[in-house]
Design a protein around this ligand. Structure first.
Ligand code: NDP
Ligand code: 8X3
Length: 251
């Protein structure tokens, strides 16, 4: 296989695991994120398993940077087959009436507008070639709000609707569209959410065996490698002792 996949937010967690998993499956990888050193380290890991990789450092919130990243791809990297819109984050866990405006803006700009930026710049090429696949990383948080999740949950509900809309708009093409909705995955997610408070971040995964980035990467690879007539539209992946975004059994 000589297909090209682009994964945004590939410096850690689900994005890093997905980049490695897809490289193992034979995809040539374009990986992106804001932190150059961490991205270079993931590129090294991909090369170490025999993969071919191209890195681009930019912020998905910066629309012009997204446009440029796609427009200036070297010729041999231009034909992206698979776009994994993974870059995203939660910031804060407070009642909506006490929420932080800057945190809200960052979540909305990254999780919704960043994903739309990349979709808008990459998908036209897929349509032109009548070949491609967009995988958006949504969340169980988009299925129903949980206490204090308010704006983060809303961004992931938006990802669901945006993904469904794209699937409808591409129905007359061969381009497939997938929403993968993970539950509790142990990554840097909670460290970022709690602004670096390690203790609080660790408590999120206490008493339950959470999912790993690799568990979600397997689901991305399954959807990406399914036969061309099979469109995995949506997948909800929970930890075994998790019933929903808010029902978790800790032992
Ligand atoms: P991590 O914090 O480990 O990874 C987030 C990635 O997103 C990093 O590589 C980060 O890279 C990148 N990123 C964040 N903001 C930007 C930006 N503005 N521009 C470019 N890249 C950005 O968390 P996860 O792996 O857990 O999160 C990945 C996705 O999975 C997110 O969309 C998250 O909402 C979703 N998710 C996570 C779950 C979980 O429990 N962990 C559950 C359900 C969904 P850098 O900082 O280098 O830019
Ligand atoms: C990230 C996981 O627990 O906030 O979407 O729903 S959670």
């Amino acid at each position: 296989m000589n297909r090209i996949a682009m994964v945004t937010g590939a410096t850690s967690g689900i994005g890093r695991a997905t980049a490695l998993r897809l490289a193992e499956s034979g995809f040539r990888m374009i990986i992106t994120a804001r932190r150059a050193d961490e991205l270079a380290a993931v590129a090294e890991e991909i090369r170490a398993i025999g993969g071919d990789v191209h890195t681009i450092v930019f912020d998905v919130r910066d629309r012009e940077a997204c446009r440029e990243a796609v427009a200036t791809l070297p010729e041999e990297w231009k034909e992206i087959y698979l776009l994994v819109n993974n870059a995203g984050l939660a910031l804060g866990l407070e009642p909506e009436f006490e929420g932080d405006f800057a945190d809200w803006d960052t979540m909305i700009d990254t999780n919704i507008k960043g994903l739309l930026n990349m979709t808008r710049f990459v998908v036209p090429g897929m349509v032109e070639r009548n070949s491609g696949h967009v995988v958006n990383i949504g969340s169980v948080a988009g299925d129903a709000a949980y206490a204090n999740g308010n704006v983060y949950c809303a961004t992931k509900a938006a990802v669901k609707t945006i993904t469904d809309g794209l699937r409808l708009d591409l129905v007359d093409t061969a381009v497939r569209v997938t929403n993968i909705k993970p539950g509790l995955v142990e990554t840097d997610f909670s460290r970022v959410r709690f602004h670096g408070d390690e203790k609080r971040a660790e408590s999120v995964y206490k008493g339950i065996k959470p999912l790993t980035g690799a568990d979600i990467a397997d689901v991305v690879a399954y959807a990406a490698l399914a036969p061309a007539h099979v469109q995995i539209a949506e997948v909800l992946v929970l930890a075994t002792h998790q019933g929903s975004g808010s029902v978790i059994c800790r032992k």
